[in-house]
Design a protein. Structure first.
Length: 290
């Protein structure tokens, strides 16, 4: 027993010491915002994780966090510009934005933590979840003046699926979830193996098996030109149908459309940053609006 306790204490020390900041490489200051390019070492992911942090200056109280997958796309999304404009126009309350950069392991680190897809993609999604919950958030709480609950998580495409999964399964941390062109096609069977919409979309199954989580709110976006695929030939592209079907599952749990659930369908919207940056301000106002 003493050996076990000693090992746990030793491992805890290692975990605490490794999930630490590497000296920042870039700091960008504006009249309103500070942007930092930060790196921390993750024990769970077994690698160095790069992040972009954007936060207001001169904040005297704790502010909520926005965790955003695919933070490497912040420049293309014009994230800093959007936040700066909304703060200047007094449309949002101050918040702390954290963009987690994906790397060459994105297809394995993003997904659903409980289950990889039929091609075994997303095999490290649980590790990405653990990094956020057990390493990143404690690091932020220790280092910055941020809230520990009632936060927001969001992402693009596969990063949006990841955000949905992590947020849904951690309601004590996240109150709001934002998904841009979410990869809700994520499935446990291929069409050759007998795939059906009713049984094999993994995120839909996770919601179906879950329970109503009081206070949670959801924001979804899809573009009419997100893709061309239409599995069931009903004239609705899969990106829109998969999203609307997920919303229906949430409605069955008790969430109310246009109150707990917001859906933005972008006419001629595509699966790229050019479309997402146009609706980003709407999402930020929804998440942090005054």
């Amino acid at each position: 027993m003493q050996k076990i306790i000693a090992f746990c204490l030793f491992y805890g020390i290692i975990l605490n010491s490794l999930a630490q900041s590497i000296p920042t490489t870039v700091i960008i200051n504006t009249t309103q915002l500070t942007q930092i390019e930060e790196k921390i070492i993750s024990v769970h992911l077994g690698r160095e994780v790069s992040m972009t942090l954007i936060y207001p200056k001169n904040i005297s109280k704790k502010i909520p966090i926005l965790i955003f997958n695919d933070g490497q796309d912040f420049d293309a999304l014009e994230m800093k510009s959007s936040i700066s404009t909304l703060l200047a126009e007094n449309k949002v309350a101050p918040f702390f934005c954290v963009g987690i950069h994906a790397n060459e392991h994105r297809l394995q680190e993003y997904g659903t933590a409980s289950q990889a897809d039929y091609k075994q993609r997303g095999s490290k999604a649980k590790l990405h979840r653990d990094f956020i919950v057990y390493e990143l958030l404690p690091f932020l709480s220790k280092t910055y003046h941020v809230e520990s609950n009632g936060n927001t998580i969001a992402g693009l495409s596969l990063g949006g699926l990841s955000a949905m999964d992590i947020g849904w399964n951690n309601p004590e941390i996240f109150a709001k979830i934002g998904v841009f062109s979410g990869s809700f096609w994520w499935r446990q069977k291929s069409e050759e193996e007998g795939y059906t919409d009713e049984n094999d979309r993994i995120m839909h199954n996770i919601i179906r098996a879950g329970t109503y989580k009081k206070g949670m709110k959801f924001w979804f976006e899809a573009g009419t030109n997100d893709e061309k695929s239409d599995r069931n030939n009903n004239g609705i592209i899969d990106a829109i149908e998969d999203t609307s079907d997920l919303i229906s599952e949430l409605e069955k749990k008790g969430y109310k459309n246009n109150e707990d659930l917001i859906y933005e369908e972008v006419e001629n919207g595509e699966h790229n940053a050019n479309t997402w940056k146009k609706v980003l301000p709407k999402f930020l106002v929804w998440a942090f609006g005054k």
